[in-house]
Design a binder for this molecule. Structure first.
Ligand SMILES: Cc1ncc(COP(=O)(O)O)c(C=O)c1O
Length: 496
């Protein structure tokens, strides 16, 4: 008898099912008023929570666990097949033609992948040493190019009603024209981790190619929030030469940094990392590097388990549909922006006209008259809302935007070589969204903000500030060990 399988859920139906299936979503902590409440996780731009189906897939995978790259026993066959499947999944997820592109895993996030590709791309046009990036880049898409790529030039942003928006395409073209043959490559973020502003990466790729150079896209934020299309255009100039993202931001904590790159570019140089698995033959005085991808790029035993978690979560995202996810993200971000702009003394950074300048998932703000650290501490201690504060590893961008609210203070410290956190006003609070956030979360967050603004002076009295600019509650004490004490948990597990 032929068994009839239930057709897999797709699109909105799947989204509704998965939305509540994340580990830690309903975790409760005791807050400053003594109540134990559910946390509201609004820090997905830093790291997303783990998708339940990905975790359970990994558990089932572990029953077969073995090292990969062998066909000799059952476990090895299963793991090798699954590991290879994940590579294909990644290429499909970013719409990269497998004939032209390969995918490989490196490090634990985007940083390692960008360092690696900066070294590779700097060898493609060795006589050119300028790298064009934007002012909105995360340090991980800036410093690797300074160290390995050459001289970095930051392209300014669009200004609309004096707010900063996405990369200014006309200025980008001006730079491309001006430095033409001196440009080694262009490297741009798909979505800002500070403001959630989207950049038109395929349009930027087209311009870069028109001027004879290549492009890297930092998709650390883009991968979880917007569809990616690296190839498959009629107009080949729109193709992206390399793109890098992190599994820990795509609902797959513990997974590796992911690089997709043109095989022809990688083939030009010897792989950056050498060791077992990437060689065909090793002699006493020489060795022969494999010509097959991705093997030649993955020296040593890879992060097999992490890649399985990643593959599972990308498959779920693909089945929901990244177009659908982007639509939802834009809508939720817009709703949150409207709620926040209606609160007096809340200042939002970056262009807030989302028709002119779409934003997905991240919003950075300050409450006038309160340091970012104080606001973040109150949100945590009194409302159990997890947000992030400070400069989000994007000093030049954050500093430029702080001109809007703190220009006098910035002038005073401009030439002082202090670490960033010495100045408690220097920074912002960032609220960011993931698949699991609901309208109720947005309402709860904006009510909390309203409360904080209303009771500003009372809240200030509850805290002291240390020499690092951290706000410490005078009475409420939290110890992580009450919730996660590793030796105790191990004892419990061992006594089961
Ligand atoms: C836009 C952007 N690029 C790069 C990074 C660095 O990523 P990772 O921490 O995975 O190395 C981040 C991390 O927040 C980011 O948001």
């Amino acid at each position: 008898m032929i068994e009839t399988l239930t057709p897999p859920l797709l699109g909105e139906e799947l989204y509704k099912k998965v939305k509540n299936d994340f580990i830690g979503l309903n975790k409760k902590y005791i807050i400053a008023d003594g109540n134990k409440t559910r946390r509201v996780y609004l820090d997905s731009t830093a790291s997303t929570l783990m998708m339940g189906p990905a975790f359970r897939t990994a558990e089932r995978f572990l029953e077969n666990y073995s090292n990969t790259h062998s066909e000799m026993h059952f476990g090895a066959k299963i793991c090798t097949e699954a590991y290879n499947w994940v590579h294909k999944k990644v290429l499909h997820f970013v719409k990269a033609d497998p004939n032209e592109f390969t995918c490989f895993f490196t490090g634990s996030g985007v940083t390692s992948g960008i360092n690696r590709m900066a070294r590779v791309f700097s060898q493609v046009r060795p006589s050119s040493n300028i790298v064009l990036i934007s002012i909105m880049e995360h340090h991980s898409n800036d410093l690797p190019h300074r160290k390995h790529g050459g001289q970095v030039i930051h392209i300014p942003l669009d200004t609309y009603e004096s707010n900063l928006g996405c990369v200014n395409i006309e200025l980008l073209e001006k730079y491309l024209k001006q430095y033409k043959d001196k440009i080694s490559y262009v490297s741009i973020t798909g979505i800002s981790n500070v403001t959630g502003i989207l950049n038109p990466v395929n349009q930027i790729a087209s311009l870069a190619h028109d001027y004879g150079t290549n492009i890297i896209v930092d998709a650390a934020q883009m991968a979880a929030h917007a569809p990616i299309k690296m190839s498959g255009f009629k107009d080949l100039t729109k193709e992206i030469d390399s793109l890098i993202f992190s599994g820990h931001k795509t609902y797959a904590p513990g997974s590796p940094g992911t690089v997709i790159a043109r095989k022809s570019i990688l083939s030009n140089t010897e792989p950056e990392e050498v060791g077992g698995g990437m060689v065909d033959r090793v002699y006493e005085n020489s060795y022969v590097v494999k010509s097959t991808f991705p093997d030649r790029e993955e020296a040593g035993t890879p992060n097999i388990l992490g890649s399985i978690i990643l593959g599972a979560s990308l498959e779920v995202l693909d089945r929901i549909g990244m177009d659908y996810i982007l639509k939802k993200d834009l809508m939720m971000t817009n709703e949150l922006l409207i709620k926040m702009t209606s609160i007096s003394s809340v200042v939002i950074y970056g262009d807030t006209d989302t028709v002119n300048c779409p934003r997905a998932a991240s919003i950075s703000f300050n409450i006038i008259g309160m340091d970012h650290g104080l606001v973040a501490a109150i949100l945590n201690d009194y409302y159990n809302i997890a947000v992030r504060n400070e400069c989000f590893c994007a000093h030049p961008y954050v500093e430029q935007m702080l001109q809007q609210t703190h220009s006098d203070q910035i002038k005073k410290i401009k030439h002082i070589d202090n670490p960033w956190h010495i100045e408690p006003w220097m920074g912002m609070v960032r609220v960011s969204l993931g698949l699991y956030n609901t309208r109720e979360d947005l309402d709860y967050f904006s009510t909390a903000l309203n409360d904080i603004v209303q009771k500003k002076n009372w809240f200030k009295k509850q805290y002291t500030i240390d020499t690092y600019g951290n706000y410490i509650h005078k009475e409420f004490k939290f110890t992580g060990e009450e919730y996660f004490n590793m030796p105790m948990i191990l004892d419990e597990e061992l006594n089961r």
